[in-house]
Design a protein around this ligand. Structure first.
Ligand code: NAP
Length: 321
């Protein structure tokens, strides 16, 4: 019989790539969405997957709705990717971000505990939970010091997961992901925004790119490779938490200049605007992927340049205003 996986946040970047991987591995994929009529299937359509996925409406803040879905499909695995995932938006909507990003996790785990404790659960934890750290690289043992409402919500959700793993012996994996990009990122995220704006300037559709603090450094990887790590950790006999990262950081300045140079757009079109600086900012962050490498044999296969080359090419091929 086919294995059944439920994915929350299936309309997001990771949801689309994870769906593709699970379908390739012969799973039946159930995607939970807020509303069938208004959810965007852009990512699933881009990968030609929409017709192969069963979509179900489910309010993740309502335990009874999750229990209804579990009873109907009795999945072997649940991948929880749904979240208010924007750090910037979380400063504008801190309470809504915290409420959804934690309550949804509580409800999913409570539903598993009540309905079938053998269901495996994956939580999309975030490197933002670490905040400003004293020692780099970050490891699974680094203390959390979250610096945004988003990071606080993810740290709380992470500890909810660890608590259900330890208290009820549920199979709960946490993938602590560092920034990862793809063509399916929404336009508001930094790398995607830089590439799109550079193309617009190249085409005469825009005059300049306004950016915030370019001195900060981030560990940035490629989403299709990161979903493989998620899948791998869920196939193990024992659940654990793993960092998923490239192992090094790069400044945002380097990224902007690389993209502009590649597209032959003059770099004086990049304008730093202090109004775009965040209320609090992490200066530099990168992780060690030793644990996932030695335990699951997962390796990251790109450099920042090969990643940006892929993203620029794909954007050029699909560019619409
Ligand atoms: P994304 O593209 O922003 O997708 C977020 C998903 O969550 C969308 O499907 C969205 O559905 C859903 N969602 C948001 N608010 C919701 C709500 N109130 N009710 C139900 N669904 C809601 O995120 P992603 O980049 O794929 O990331 C997947 C997960 O990994 C997220 O939890 C994110 O926080 C985490 N993460 C991402 C990164 C990264 O660099 N991408 C790094 C670390 C952790 P709609 O289409 O209905 O809005």
């Amino acid at each position: 019989m086919k294995k059944v996986a439920i994915i929350t946040g299936i309309t997001g970047q990771d949801g689309a790539y994870l769906s593709r991987l699970l379908l390739k591995n012969d799973y039946t994929v159930i995607g939970l969405v807020r509303s069938k009529s208004s959810s965007s299937l852009r990512g699933l359509n881009y990968l030609n997957l929409a017709s192969q996925i069963v979509l179900e409406e489910c309010d993740l803040t309502d335990l009874s709705q999750i229990l209804r879905i579990l009873k109907e499909y009795n999945p072997t695995e649940i991948y929880n990717l749904a979240a208010q995932s924007s750090v910037s938006l979380s400063f504008a909507q801190p309470i809504g971000t915290f409420q959804f990003n934690t309550l949804s996790v509580f409800n999913l785990l409570e539903a598993i505990k009540q309905f079938n404790p053998l269901i495996k659960f994956y939580q999309a934890s975030s490197s933002e939970m670490f905040g400003e750290v004293k020692h780099l690289p970050i490891t699974e043992d680094t203390e959390f010091h979250p610096k945004s409402p988003y990071a606080i919500s993810k740290a709380a959700a992470h500890w909810i997961c660890v608590n259900y793993r330890e208290s009820y012996n549920l199979f709960v994996c946490c993938g602590i992901l560092f920034n990862h990009e793809s063509h399916l990122r929404t336009d508001t995220f930094f790398v995607k925004k830089v590439i799109r704006e550079a193309i617009k300037i190249q085409k005469g559709l825009s005059d300049q790119l306004k950016v915030g603090n370019l001195d900060i450094k981030r560990d940035i990887g490629y989403a299709p490779e990161y979903v493989e790590a998620m899948f791998k950790m869920m196939q193990q006999p024992k659940a654990d938490s793993y960092l998923i990262c490239t192992g090094s950081s790069v400044s945002l300045k380097y990224i902007v200049e690389y993209v502009f140079t590649k597209l032959e757009v003059p770099t004086h079109k990049i304008v730093v605007d202090e109004k775009l600086f965040r209320p609090s900012e992490i200066h530099d962050i990168y992780g060690s992927n030793k644990h996932i490498n030695t335990s699951l044999n997962w390796e990251y296969n790109h450099t920042i340049e090969t990643l940006l080359d892929i993203l620029v090419e794909e954007e050029l091929q699909n560019f619409t205003v």
